[in-house]
Ligand binder design. Structure first.
Ligand code: SF4
Length: 644
């Protein structure tokens, strides 16, 4: 029997999967051939999903932690304990003494039932700000009014495809294959990044710039376009506001400054300008360039370059960052009347918020599909602060966060429940995922756990089963998106070329070079702080072997450093080093690599060791503008060789 499901991972591609099931056991997963994006294949993580489902390490029963030991308890004991604690909190404080953390370990819509539950309690302390893409979203909201992508197939209308900070081979595999196909049709590819990522192998032009200098490169190219009188006057005059200020800034900028800041020559700046003028050009902006304290500014300047070169609202053009086609939909359940006590914390500063929130203080934390100890900045602080509280952690496996939790509840995997998947990073194929197998061990879905708690708390909760929730969400989407959700997947909107009518969702209805809230983006970097001798910037990147903290393949714990930096620091290949700063430290082995530029060190995200220390121990909770995003890559560390 074939069951139609969806990949639950936090990924651009949102793949449609066929699960072959026999006698109640899933035997094989394959990519749906019918799904226009998945096209019959998954990435290597996708094929490994089945190993996760049937892993011996899965939690089969609720666990109660006593120091570092976990003791199995039955569901009634666990749920009674949680309900009692919630009741106590409601009596003593109010519902905002509960902090709800929903991570990106599972992308199904079912998890939103948890938010509804906390709304029904009166509103908890919810997250705002992002660990992932918040700066880019804010940037595009300012410029366009929303973040929307062209149809993935529109790149076949482009002359050039620009992958700016997007390592598609590792993080957006099906885009990578579309680009390869486009190349076979004669399209050209330019890749811009801070190191020679694996995606450089498809580049006709590959440009390496210094971290956080992207806005200089964008402005350098803008300067070049304006100097040559090649700016798109029709777009600028009729469909934008604020261009004159951008022009002034570009004119006063010297190429020398751009060369120095980016570490490239004037010829390269001119080359970038030339590429953008060979319209149409589709640009794919990755999430790395916005993980700095100037991340919003950076994405805005790339948007400017796309706009000034005439690549907005045309076939084969676009500044593709995310696809928020559901952004302005009404929520399924409005919370305004119920969640009167709700308040917010910033994920990038979770530890600080746990420590300092008062009136009421946070007494109870509910963590689902997330591993904040490994993913939030300053993981040591997050760990310590969680340990002081009653923490419920819903997960399939024990994670770093479990070791700071009171109770760990076994979560059902994506094959064990019905769900809806609404992509919002690249394409718009909404998926209905069937239940393929029975739950393993005593795992429960979000709906089951929440309903058990609601019963114990005498809440008149409106959703009783997964099916009911899927039906409610389905009807809501159908009504509001004016679509019919049938079969495995359905397009969620019919936009192939966003902004084709040149009517933007900004206040002025035009593209806003100048925005009321953010003003005009400028050429800048984030390193206003002067680097101390022997300090290096720490850049954490996504791996092809993991998704955030979910490991699918064994990884060598390596830090990549330029050989010249290593020599200066008296470090040799494979040495064991301590990376440290005022926030914390982490030990890894060194790999010398010419692919990494001078002055920074690259480490894959999500590393943790047997002592539950994580690479995020070295990351302060810095944020991009307006606290929109954790500025992971604006951290600096010292590096010291240690004994093996
Ligand atoms: S991780 Fe991404 S590319 Fe891989 S199977 Fe899942 S959705 Fe597809």
């Amino acid at each position: 029997m074939i069951k139609k499901v969806f990949c639950p991972l936090d990924c651009f591609d949102s793949c449609a999967i066929l699960a072959e099931v026999q006698d109640g056991r899933a035997l094989k997963l394959s990519g749906s051939k019918d799904h226009p994006i998945t096209q019959g294949f998954l990435c290597k993580k996708g094929y490994r999903l089945l190993d996760k489902v049937y892993s011996e390490e899965r939690i089969k029963k609720p666990l109660l932690r006593v120091k570092n030991d976990f003791h199995e308890v039955d569901w009634n004991t666990a749920l009674d304990l949680i309900a009692e604690r919630i009741e106590e909190i409601l009596k003593r404080y109010n519902s905002s003494a509960i902090l709800y953390y929903s991570g990106d370990g599972y992308e199904g819509y079912l998890r939103n039932i948890e938010r509804l539950f906390f709304d029904y309690l009166g509103g908890a302390t919810y997250s705002e700000g992002s660990l992932c893409w918040g700066a880019g979203l804010l940037a595009q909201k300012a410029d366009f009014g929303n973040s929307l992508c062209h149809s993935p197939f529109d790149l076949f209308n482009s002359n050039w495809i620009v992958l700016w900070g997007r390592n598609a081979l590792w993080t957006n595999l099906h885009l990578y294959y579309l680009v390869l196909k486009a190349k076979k049709q004669g399209k050209k590819v330019m890749v811009i990044d801070i190191y020679k990522s694996p995606t450089f192998k498809i580049a006709d032009i590959g440009i390496v710039i210094k971290p956080s200098s992207d806005s200089y490169l964008a402005y350098g190219a803008i300067k070049c376009i304006i100097e040559n009188g090649k700016e798109d006057r029709n777009f600028i005059d009729n469909h934008s506001i604020g261009f004159e200020e951008v022009k002034k800034i570009a004119e006063s900028l010297s190429y020398k400054e751009v060369e120095e800041k980016c570490g490239i020559s004037k010829a390269v700046i001119e080359q970038v300008a030339q590429v953008f003028l060979q319209k149409p050009v589709s640009t794919f902006i990755g999430y790395g360039p916005q993980r700095y304290t100037n991340g919003v500014n950076t994405v805005r300047t790339i948007d400017y370059l796309v706009a000034i070169s005439g690549n907005v609202g045309i076939k084969g053009g676009g500044a593709n960052f995310a696809h928020r086609f559901t952004e302005n939909l009404e929520p399924v359940f409005k919370d305004d009347k119920r969640a009167v006590k709700k308040r917010f914390y910033n994920r990038a500063k979770l530890g600080e918020y746990l420590k300092s929130l008062s009136d009421p203080p946070i007494e109870f934390v509910y963590i689902s599909a997330g591993n904040p100890v490994s993913q939030c900045p300053d993981s040591d602080l997050v760990f310590r602060e969680l340990q002081k509280r009653f923490v419920v952690n819903v997960d399939m496996f024990l994670t770093a966060t479990s070791y700071a939790s009171t109770l760990v509840l076994p979560a059902a995997s994506f094959l064990e429940k019905e769900d809806i998947f609404i992509p919002n990073m690249w394409h718009d194929y909404i998926g209905i995922s069937e239940k393929a197998i029975e739950k393993i061990g005593e795992a429960k879905s979000e709906v089951e756990i929440i309903n058990e708690l609601a019963k114990r708390l005498n809440l008149d909760f409106p959703i009783k089963s997964e099916k009911e929730w899927v039906d409610v969400v389905k009807q809501h989407l159908e009504k509001n998106l004016n679509i019919k959700l049938e079969g495995h997947f359905t397009r969620g909107c019919a936009i192939d070329v966003p902004w084709e009518d040149r009517v933007f969702l900004t206040k002025s209805k035009k593209f806003e070079f100048k925005n009321d809230i953010l003003g005009v983006a400028v050429p800048c970097t984030d390193d206003s702080q002067k680097l101390l001798k022997n300090q290096l910037r720490l850049v954490t990147i996504h791996s092809d072997k993991t998704l955030h903290s979910q490991e699918f393949f064994e990884r060598k714990k390596l830090a990549y450093i330029n050989p010249l930096d290593a020599k200066r620091l008296n470090i040799s290949d494979r040495d064991r080093i301590l990376i440290y700063n005022g926030c914390g430290g982490f030990i890894l082995n060194v790999c010398l690599s010419e692919k990494v530029g001078r002055g920074f060190i690259i480490v894959e995200e999500g590393f943790q060791n047997e002592k539950i220390e994580t690479i995020n121990s070295c990351l302060f909770g810095f944020t991009a503008e307006k606290d929109s995003q954790a500025a992971f890559n604006s951290n600096f560390v010292f590096v010291k060789k240690v004994a093996t």
